[in-house]
Each structure stands twice: as C-alpha cells, then as structure tokens.
Design a protein around this ligand. Structure first.
Ligand code: ADP
Ligand code: MG
Length: 381
C-alpha cells in the first residue's frame, strides 16, 4: 500500500517536473557560439546553462512521447526509453537550486556521464519498440505518419542533447577530446577529405566482408574561396563520419547488387565524390552507378524502417556477435539527414532509375549561420 502510494507520488511529481520544463522553448546555439564557449567559457557558466537547458530539451520530448499511439507506448522497449528519460530528468532537476560550488559541478559532470551511458542505446531501443509495435498488429496510416514525425523530432533532440553533454564533460570535465586540437566534440578545423576517406574505407571493408568486392573511390575537392587551401570547416567530426558512412554503405550495396543483377563482368564503377567549399555552402556530392531508385519508392527512402534489404537479427541483442550488417534497418538515411540538418545543413537524394543515385550533403560553411535546428515543442498539443 505504502509502496503504491510512494510510486504514485513519484509519478505525479515527475509529471509536474515535465510540465514545468516543457513550457520553455530550447535555447538554440550556433557553431560559432559553441566554439567560443569551449575556448572562453568555464565549468560554472556551463553548469548554470545546462542544468536548465538539458531538462528543457528532455522534458519536451517526454511530453511529445506521451502523444504517441497508446499501443506503441505499451511496448516494453518504449517503456524502457521513457523510464530512462524520467530518471535522467529527475537527476538533472535535483541540481536546480544548488550553489555552483566545485564539488557540485563535479557531481553534475559525473551525472552527465551517467546519463550518457544510460541513454547509449536509445536509438536502437526505440527502433526495437517500433518493430515490436508493427510486428504485433496492423499499423494505421495516420499512426505511421505520427510515429515518423515523432522519431524525427526525438532523434534530432537526442543529437543536440548529446552534443551539449559532450561539450561540458570534454571541455570542463576530465574527459579528453578525441584529438588535442578538438574543442570537446567539435573540431574547429575539420578537414573534410580525411573524414570522408575514413568513412569510405570502413564502408568498403564492410562491403568486402559481405560481397567479397567493393567499388573504389574517385574523390575531387574544390575550394572555391581559397584554391590552395585544404577544405575545412568547424564541425562535429563524428556527425560527418556518420552521414558519409551511411551514404557510402548504401552506394556500395547498390553498386554491387546492380552489377550482379546485370550479370556484368566489368570492373565495378567507382563511387564519385566531389567536395566543394564556397562562401556559404560546403557541398558533398556522392554519385553512384547502382541502378538508382524508382520514383515510386523515392518518397519512402527517408522513412524509418523502410529498407529493401532483408531485416537483420535483433537490434538490441547484445549477445548477438555476428558481423555488422551492411543494410536492413532502414535508419541510415533518416538519421543521416537529421545530422546534416542539425547545424542548418541538408541532405537530398536524386536518382535516375536504371542508372544511379546522386546524394547531396549541404553544410554551412559560415560558423554563425550554422545554428542548431531543434524541434520546438508544440505547446498547443
Ligand atoms: P538500409 O540501408 O538499412 O536499407 P537506408 O535508410 O540507408 O536503410 O536506405 C533505405 C533504402 O533506400 C535502401 O534499402 C535502398 O532501397 C534505398 N537506397 C538508399 N540509397 C540508395 C542508393 N545509393 N542506390 C539505390 N538505392 C538506395
Ligand atoms: Mg543504409
């Protein structure tokens, strides 16, 4: 009896906390501001900003999650994710009125690390929940579009929350950035060619493991503003890597499978990449000759769970130790497009059915134009 009452009161106070923070819109940052803050800010300022900003971003997603189809909310994996968000919000809220002493800030930093660990597999777990939902009954069309809409906002919010947490723990905590020249998770001089080649090589390795062959890379760079300089912008290298790795896996699978279907004995056509930096845009153009996508399917490719590859085994099964699949979850394109859009960029895909596909990734070349693109909570809902 006591336990039930306790749980109910916990639940009520969580709902209260969610309502409180969800009334505020997030404070979007620009890449310029993030870089400046990493150089000139301190742990205390960061603590004061994040102890409010992180709960605001978490709470607005919890509120939106509450509007999902009730049957989806009952799926065990969805409940798990919901629970993680609730616990993390509680933990952050406990810092609301504390004085920013050295000890408190240290505790806050540890809390952020714990939250990051807790939320590590959110994407896979929620994807698992969506699979459970569609495997256990018919999904109505309006439910499908509601979920797709939500997932875009939810995953985008998650990208932003992770970046803010990394900036704190790496710039002001004890965690070290991947490279000494990085400012936290951000590289103020991210050399595009290096990351693109890196992603290509790893996708190639995966492709060869799967098909025994893989296309080669033909890369060209044009710096239209400073022709003699290597191309770089301030960016999050892991985001760029993610985008390129997903696009290369898709281009390679299409190239190999199309050549096989044509019974072609010629050498595989290469994947062509052009990286062009102009005054405003940094554009990466990836072109393959993998047979393209028919127009009837073109509007589906950015849907979560849309894939023409066989679905691999369970997403969250950590016991599973088989090879990493090349395709099949249908999360590659929608998530990559979120990464591209997050700092005011974009991704577009155009195809010629029977020939090949062109993917365009647009990034902001100007730091103060690269502002966070965030889901703003619809307060009328
Ligand atoms: P997955 O790779 O897991 O199938 P994606 O979101 O990466 O999921 O891609 C969705 C679908 O879009 C693919 O299954 C494929 O049918 C199609 N597609 C994506 N890129 C290409 C490409 N370069 N050429 C042909 N088809 C593609
Ligand atoms: Mg893919």
């Amino acid at each position: 009896m006591h336990v039930t009452r306790f749980l109910r009161s916990q639940h009520q106070s969580l709902a209260h906390i969610v309502d409180h923070y969800a009334q505020y819109p997030p404070t979007g940052l620009t890449m310029k501001r993030i870089v400046e803050f990493a150089r000139e800010g301190d742990a205390q300022q960061s603590f004061l900003f994040l102890r409010n900003e992180l709960p605001v971003r978490l709470a607005s997603m919890m509120k939106e999650m509450g509007h999902l189809p009730p049957r989806l909310l009952k799926m065990p994996s969805v409940k798990t994710v919901n629970g993680w968000y609730g616990t993390s919000l509680f933990e952050l809220h406990s810092f609301k009125h504390l004085k920013p002493t050295g000890e408190i800030i240290k505790k806050f930093t540890e809390t952020l690390q714990n939250i990051r660990r807790r939320h590590k597999s959110v994407v896979e777990t929620l994807a698992q929940g969506y699979m459970e939902f569609s495997d256990s009954g018919k999904v109505k069309e309006y439910e499908e579009s509601q979920i797709q809409y939500f997932l875009n906002r939810f995953y985008l919010s998650r990208i932003s929350i992770r970046l803010l947490m990394y900036q704190h723990t790496m710039c002001f905590g004890e965690e070290v950035p991947e490279h000494p020249s990085h400012l936290g998770f951000v590289d103020p001089n991210c050399f595009l060619e290096d990351t693109v080649k890196d992603a290509f090589e790893n996708a190639q390795f995966l492709c060869e493991g799967y098909y025994l062959v893989a296309p080669s890379l033909r890369l060209r760079t044009i710096n239209a503003t400073n022709p003699d300089e290597l191309i770089s912008i301030a960016y999050v290298p892991s985001h760029l890597y993610h985008i390129m790795f997903e696009l290369f896996k898709n281009a390679m699978r299409a190239t190999v499978e199309y050549a096989e279907s044509q019974k072609s004995s010629n050498k595989l056509p290469p994947i062509t990449v052009n990286i062009v930096k102009a005054k405003e845009d940094l554009t990466i153009h990836i072109s393959d000759r993998g047979g393209g996508i028919p127009r009837s399917k073109a509007d589906k490719i950015f849907r979560y769970m849309y894939s023409t590859a066989p679905r691999p085994v369970s997403l969250t099964d950590s016991q599973h130790s088989g090879p990493i699949p090349l395709a099949g979850f249908g999360y590659g394109l929608p998530i990559s497009r979120l990464y591209a859009r997050y700092f005011n960029g974009d991704m577009q895909i155009h195809s010629i059915d029977g020939y090949g596909t062109d993917a365009y990734v647009y990034l902001q070349a100007v730091e103060d134009q690269a502002s966070e693109w965030l889901p703003i909570c619809n307060r009328a809902a």
